[in-house]
Design a protein around this ligand. Structure first.
Ligand SMILES: [Zn+2]
Length: 213
């Protein structure tokens, strides 16, 4: 069974296999299947390696590109959502590219939502930490961005956040985790609170009590 990466419907997957080439002890194949529900194609590249005496299969999804991250909440503005989504999608191919997109996305959030004075990313993160406006789990995550990314040794990450340069181990993933947390804090939670206030005000109104401002 396969969960369609396009429409998420689960279907009985009949794969068509085409052998591309046998190279030494490796056999390269392309497998594809069509979702009966949305009619979209899923394509895998398979390498069967017989070097160890047994068949070791390595399967890579080549279409559609997908990430294991949860989807971006709908409250997040398009320009941030697209940088973040791209950062997730390229992660398996290039952590450098992913981290560059994430740093740029992070900087935009800090400027637009935390209203930090535009400068370099290190100082902008410090300004948010000093402001006390974000909860402690996010201040710790932001502080760790500089530490995990070793910003001190790579000042260009800070002065030119979107630059594609070497990443430290786990840096790209940590950036995605941090941005997810910021999305929730700045875009999702305010909406939830607003809906709760509205519901409460409705009840207060029905009880002829003054509403919350
Ligand atoms: Zn489908």
């Amino acid at each position: 069974m396969l969960k369609c990466p396009h429409c998420t419907i689960t279907f009985h997957d009949n794969w068509s296999v085409s052998t591309l080439q046998v190279v030494g002890l490796n056999t390269w194949e392309v497998k594809h299947t069509v979702c009966p529900s949305c009619r979209n194609l899923t394509i895998n590249l398979v390498c069967i390696d017989r070097a160890s005496g047994t068949n070791v299969r390595t399967t890579t999804r080549i279409h559609p590109k997908s990430s294991s991250r949860p989807p971006v909440p709908q409250e997040v503005p398009e320009k941030l959502a697209s940088d973040y989504t791209e950062a997730c999608l390229v992660m398996s191919d290039s952590e450098k590219a992913s981290a560059a997109l994430s740093r740029r996305c992070l900087q935009t959030i800090l400027r637009d939502k935390a209203h930090v004075k535009p400068g370099n990313l290190t100082d902008e993160i410090q300004a948010v930490l000093d402001s006390g406006q974000v909860p402690s789990h996010l201040t710790e995550a932001l502080d760790a961005v500089r530490v995990v990314g070793n910003f001190a040794a790579h000042p260009i990450k800070s002065t030119n956040s979107g630059e594609v340069i070497d990443v430290e181990p786990h840096e790209a993933e940590w950036l995605l985790d941090t941005i997810e947390g910021l999305f929730d804090f700045y875009f999702v939670q305010p909406g939830i609170l607003q809906r709760k206030r509205e519901a409460l005000n409705q009840k207060l109104k029905e009880a002829s009590k003054p509403s919350l401002k």
